[in-house]
Ligand binder design. Sequence first.
Ligand SMILES: Nc1ncnc2c1ncn2[C@@H]1O[C@H](COP(=O)(O)OP(=O)(O)OP(=O)(O)O)[C@@H](O)[C@H]1O
Length: 304
Amino acid sequence: MTIVADGLTKRYGSKYAIHDVSFEIQPGTVTGFLGPNGAGKSTTMRSLVGLDRPTSGQGFIDGRPYRELAAPLRQVGTLLDAKAAHRSRTAYQHLRWIAATHRLPKSRIDEVIGITGLSSVAGKKVGGFSLGMGQRLGLAVALLGDPHTLILDEPVNGLDPDGVIWIRNLLKSLSREGRTVLLSSHLLSELSLIADHVVIIGKGRIIADKPLAELVDQPDRIRVRTTRAVKLMEVLVGEQVTREMTDAGTIEVVGLTSEEIAERASRNGIVLTEIGVVPRSLEDVYRDLTRDQVEYGSNVQGNG
Ligand SMILES: Nc1ncnc2c1ncn2[C@@H]1O[C@H](COP(=O)(O)OP(=O)(O)OP(=O)(O)O)[C@@H](O)[C@H]1O
């Protein structure tokens, strides 16, 4: 019950939207798919389910190309365009119409309406839905066939804080049932709460594919504060040491332990006013990995 991308490549003219993208997404995990704008997340996900035709390479769901699945909705649920519903249909009609294509019972429609919290608006026209309601309806469609595999493009987008917590719990419980969940998101802090595994794409190529814990398990970054930061910078040199003055009195060091830093400072008569380990977040790792991969970045430097 895996999702496999095998050398997926999609070219528009001379430009590669994705280039030789390969990965294997395992059941029982939530995998986050990350990348800057235009990196190729949607193209990859769409290629996996036959909505984009790759120039070369292939996607496999449960060992088969999507088009060969006998009952696709029962095998893989997708949320790839939340606005795909017909605006003049009600949410219930939209679900009933899709359920009919796979001979799914009406009881399942009621179930997914319940799961996605749409009960009070099921009779309303989709055209009047907010982005968040549209996302919930898109998820209801994805869950309709009770599939073992889910491919969701930005499912958290537009949800209110309660909705964000709801989807976090939903996706975690689906993965605990042994299902395979692949989702893209720009919300890194949220993703670090949901995902067990992370795949990062930059400029159409995979640049990381690791368990989240491994990805953020980097050498300790030690933050020290002192009134003599310039002098301390001179003292903290070494072949494997990188150090950066993050503001006037603060230095962040990688490659030395807290003890080594304190010892060098003391030997040189420098008083440290603070010393501690800076935890690495998914956001830090992501920014390091994608620094050169941003296609539509601004030139304005943030403070962080
Ligand atoms: N129909 C198209 N014609 C030409 N180029 C395209 C087309 N669709 C996508 N692209 C290009 O392919 C690249 C990948 O786009 P894609 O939408 O997959 O990125 P993404 O990672 O999903 O971006 P975002 O985070 O902004 O949604 C981009 O450079 C985009 O401009």
